[in-house]
Design a protein around this ligand. Structure first.
Ligand code: ADQ
Length: 743
């Protein structure tokens, strides 16, 4: 049965029941009223008649009596009057009155015996009648009885009429209510459902579809919301599958520095690539009276530097090294890498106040904790925001100066320090192709909404033609945030934001490292594990390693506690396992970072005090910046590498460890909250908040047989080989050059 029919039928039954009950009630009331009225009327008539006939009854003046009662024939519903004597004999009656039925005297007798008027409804000859018997009193004695016959059929008729009227009314009401219900169902239910179905059909058939909207407050709103979410997830899955297919297709040939160079040359022709980041790839510092050139501990630098080495171009960054100014030319430029220059680094100078407000303040006390779910509160200060704006403008000027002579220049803006830069450049140079790569996670809209200047930041970012994140989840979070915070149109099919005639595409580009690396850099004299222990001045057998900037997002304290738990739980490893943390101090001017370093040092001291013996220590903290050359032997020798970030966009340390393991040995313990965990699925994936689980993973890692280590490492190295930094750059730049720019 069709739903509409079912609804209409239900309504009809409900109305019928209501009408039936009301009619019953009405009929009862009407019946009682009519009866009462009849009884009253008849009793009045009887009483007035009694006065006239009473004197005649005893006298036997029958003629007179008959003449009086004779006058009562066929008056409206009054059928007639009869008079009985005390012996129940009929002594006078209206002529037309039908012969008395035998029951009448009984009623008359009863009334006379009781000397009380009595009324009764009875059916005589198929006709409903009302009989009223009034004893006639004469001289205080009952002398006879007066009986009035009244037609009562009109009561039945009246009640029947009520039933009839109500039935007709019921039919009319039911008709109109059903009609209205059907219209309402069509307008409010079947209509929207049909449109929803059409829309979903369009989606299934892969036609371009607009987001589905119903008027606000519609009962389908929650359903539409859910379906829209579902469709969005399917789109994400579809795009991921397409991306995977595309990657599979292109993975046929490995991406190398050389291939990237040629590819970029064919894409850019003779144009330069412009990269902007806060952190510079080479930093000149003083070490005593010596000048040293170091590569800062930064994932961004690790990833982007090989791209510039391969493609050439200009890298604009903050000159933060104390000796930076001493080595640049008049335009603040220097060719790097120092030993074999391949591209140009242009340094932008910041005042101490600018660096404090823009870098330490807004970027690292505000945006960094805002984007990482690591339970450190972001701090937003007006003065920092002002510096952030000023510095973005300063960098915009530097970029604009450099791209002045280039048509449609390609600008790759790096990271959260420059959210406003894309808009600032685009306003001056609408022809510039601008990509912004966000190296850290993007939280959900509610978390990002904490930022008092979220709208300005989003608007600044949307000046870019392409925004890249490490994983699709961050893209989705970003699009959701824009959807909630700004007047714009989100195109979930193409993952784009349309705002003020400008489209920004938002895509995942999982960043990576240069792997396979440069064969010239092969470490031929491998430092062995034993040498490392010797250099550290301890005796141990198994080595664990952690390599991080000392940052609260990296889960270092959790890692230390897991090691403590491991030694408690598996005491056989006491004296045999040592964990070395290569921790580069980072953002040391920020209080939270100073506190973290103290906490880490205290924790290391506490745990060592609990377990250490003569020449063995469970944990060694090497708190300083290390060159990649210094880090490599640790990667190569460590039985296990611990990456336990509480939240991390990608995490390149995990990839560096895998890349370093040419012997296909060693186990990677990797936090599930890193972007890297989506690619390196053969690591032991852990929840860094679960200390027990991490302690057990450590044991599993140290007890894993060589074959399994090899199998896992091979798979991870394979994944790294096909998803290296050259592929990342090729994809990002190709995507950017493909976008149609209107200006
Ligand atoms: P980072 O937070 O800096 O990067 P990560 O990706 O792990 O984190 O890169 C750190 C880099 O610094 C690595 O190349 C590592 O070798 C180096 N490093 C670490 N400790 C060091 C030490 N003690 N001395 C010298 N070098 C050290 C940000 C995001 C990441 C994202 C990258 C790239 O937070 O999620 O993977 O950008 O996009």
């Amino acid at each position: 049965m069709k739903v509409t029919l079912r609804i209409v039928l239900s309504i009809f039954i409900a109305i019928s029941l209501i009408v039936l009950l009301f009619t019953l009630f009405q009929v009862q009331q009407e019946k009682a009223r009519l009866k009462a009225e009849l009884e009253h009327r008849v009793s009045l008539l009887a009483e007035s008649l009694e006065e006239s006939v009473a004197p005649l009854v005893g006298q036997g003046n029958l003629d007179r009596l008959k003449s009086i009662v004779g006058k009562f024939s066929n008056r409206q519903r009054l059928e007639g009057v009869a008079i009985y004597d005390t012996k129940d004999n009929l002594i006078a009656a209206t002529p037309d009155l039908a012969p008395m039925p035998p029951t009448i005297p009984t009623i008359v007798t009863d009334a006379m015996n009781a000397n009380q008027a009595e009324g009764v409804f009875i059916t005589i000859k198929d006709k409903r009648r009302y009989l009223y018997v009034l004893p006639i009193n004469r001289d205080g004695n009952v002398a006879g009885a007066l009986v009035i016959f009244n037609d009562a059929t009109y009561i039945q008729e009246r009640l029947f009429q009520i039933w009839k009227n109500n039935f007709v009314r019921l039919l009319v009401q039911a008709f109109f209510i059903s009609l209205i219900t059907m219209l309402v169902i069509r307008w409010s239910i079947s209509g929207p459902i049909a449109r929803l179905v059409e829309w979903m059909k369009g989606f299934r058939e892969d036609k371009a579809i607009e987001p589905f909207h119903l008027p606000k407050g519609n009962i389908f709103e929650p359903l539409t919301k859910e379906i829209t979410h579902m469709v969005r997830s399917i789109m994400v899955a579809r795009s991921a599958a397409e991306e995977e297919a595309r990657l599979r297709h292109t993975a046929d040939s490995l991406w190398t520095a050389k291939r990237l160079t040629e590819h970029i040359r064919s894409l850019l022709k003779d144009k330069n690539l412009f990269v902007v980041s806060n952190r510079e790839p080479y930093m000149h510092v003083r070490s005593g009276d010596q000048m040293e050139c170091i590569i800062p501990a930064s994932g961004l630098v690790t990833a982007v530097e090989p791209v510039l080495e391969a493609c050439g171009g200009l890298w604009i960054a903050h000159g933060s090294g104390e000796a930076d100014k001493e080595v640049v030319d008049q335009q603040d430029k220097i060719r790097v890498p120092p030993e074999e220059p391949l591209y140009t680094l242009k340094r932008v100078w910041l005042t101490t106040e600018e660096e404090e407000g823009y870098y330490f303040g807004f970027s690292n006390e505000g945006l960094w904790p805002l984007c990482h779910i690591a339970h450190t509160r972001p701090i937003f200060r007006r003065v920092d925001w002002n510096h952030y704006q000023t510095v973005n403008e300063k960098f915009a000027r530097a970029v604009l100066e450099e791209i002045y002579a280039t048509d449609e220049p390609l600008v790759l803006v790096q990271d959260y320090h420059f959210a406003l830069l894309p808009r600032l450049i685009k306003e001056e140079r609408p022809d510039a192709r601008i990509a912004l790569f966000w190296h850290i996670p993007w939280p959900n809209p509610e978390s990002f909404g904490i930022c008092p200047w979220q709208r300005e930041i989003l608007d600044g970012m949307l000046g870019a033609d392409l925004i890249g994140f490490h994983i699709q989840l961050h893209c989705n979070n970003f699009l959701d945030t824009v959807d909630k915070a700004l007047e714009s149109r989100i195109d979930w099919e193409h993952f784009a934001v349309k705002r003020k005639d400008h489209t920004t595409y938002v895509k995942p580009f999982p960043i990576s490292i240069a792997y396979p690396g440069d064969s010239n850099n092969l470490n031929l004299t491998r430092i062995k594990k034993g040498d490392i222990f010797k250099q550290l001045g301890i005796k141990s057998r198994l080595l664990g390693v952690g390599v991080d900037r000392l940052d609260y997002t990296k889960g270092i304290l959790e890692r230390l506690r897991a090691i403590e738990r491991f030694l408690d739980k598996y005491p056989d490893y006491k004296g045999k396992f040592t964990f070395v943390e290569l921790g580069a101090p980072s953002r040391t001017l920020i209080k939270r970072y100073q506190e973290l370093v103290k906490e880490i040092e205290a924790e290391v001291e506490r745990i060592n005090a609990r377990f250490q013996t003569g020449d063995w220590k469970p944990i060694i903290l090497l708190k300083r910046h290390h060159s990649h050359k210094e880090i490599k032997p640790f990667y190569e020798s460590a039985d296990v590498c611990l990456v336990t970030s509480l939240h991390d966009g990608m995490n390149l340390v995990a990839k560096e460890y895998v890349a370093a393991r040419e012997d296909e040995q060693g186990v990677l313990i990797l936090s599930r909250f890193t972007g890297a965990s989506r690619e390196l699925r053969d690591a032991l994936i852990v929840n860094p908040y679960n200390i027990e689980q991490m302690a057990d993973a450590l044991r599993t890692a140290l007890e894993m047989d060589e074959e399994e280590q090899r199998a896992r490492m091979q798979k991870m190295r394979e994944s790294l080989r096909s998803n290296n930094i050259y592929r990342w750059a090729a994809n990002l730049i190709e995507e950017l050059t493909k976008i149609r720019i209107e200006y």
